[in-house]
Design a protein around this ligand. Structure first.
Ligand code: URA
Length: 215
């Protein structure tokens, strides 16, 4: 167990849900109370908004994969701690590796910062797609405001709707070129004995050692 505290306060792990073959993946922050209860991401109020936004571009939950930075609910929905993000990171990277999405929508600051490897915030980045390498895979990253934030602020909701409306065009682009696989490094030669000095090499069969002057 990597996070003793989260493991002791969660009801269950919320691993992720949806189509494991999806071209489009969403990454939120962490499960909330409803998600912790049901074991499924984005099933509360923010999830309802996400469903509605997806429907607006002709998509359903079953068409996409939805995951979070943290797989366990932080107590009282507090922000994820840096150590918790670190502990959970490999699970998300493995999800990306297995699903092979063409586009990843990061929802809010935590997933955007984690997957870009940079502290730039969502208000500067939302709605701007860029190609990033995650693990050994190139993917289009498309940061969006978190639906929970958009539920509180009307202006953010309008912006989020506008950004989501551009998703179909993004999904229609050719997939990003994948980086060349790193060539296998040839195995290092086995350390060998240094060549024997010529005086030690018998010219012919010397099983009795006579030519080496042993007698
Ligand atoms: N907010 C998130 O970031 N993830 C969820 O699963 C639910 C709400």
């Amino acid at each position: 167990m990597r996070c003793a505290q989260l493991a002791s306060t969660r009801t269950q792990v919320v691993f992720g849900a949806g189509n494991a073959d999806a071209d489009l993946m969403f990454v939120g922050e962490a499960p909330g109370a409803k998600e912790d209860e049901r074991g499924v991401p984005f099933v509360g109020a923010a999830g309802k908004l996400l469903d509605e936004l997806l429907a607006g571009v002709g998509l359903a939950r079953e068409d996409v994969f939805i995951a979070n930075v943290l797989k366990c609910r932080p107590p009282a929905n507090r922000d994820p701690l840096p150590a918790e993000i670190d502990n959970c990171r490999d699970y998300l990277l493995e999800q990306v590796r297995l699903i092979e999405p063409r586009v990843i929508c990061t929802l809010g600051n935590f997933s955007t910062k984690l997957l870009r490897g940079d502290p730039t915030g969502i208000s500067r980045l939302h709605g701007q797609a860029e190609i990033v390498t995650i693990g050994s895979r190139a993917v289009r990253l498309y940061p969006l405001y978190h639906p929970a934030a958009a539920l509180y602020t009307r202006a953010l909701l309008d912006t989020l709707r506008g950004d989501v409306a551009r998703l179909p065009a993004l999904l229609a682009l050719a997939p990003p070129a994948q980086p060349e696989p790193i060539a296998a490094v040839p195995a290092a030669p086995e350390p060998s004995d240094p060549p024997a000095p010529s005086w030690a090499v018998p010219a012919d069969d010397d099983s009795d050692g006579s030519q080496l002057g042993l007698f």
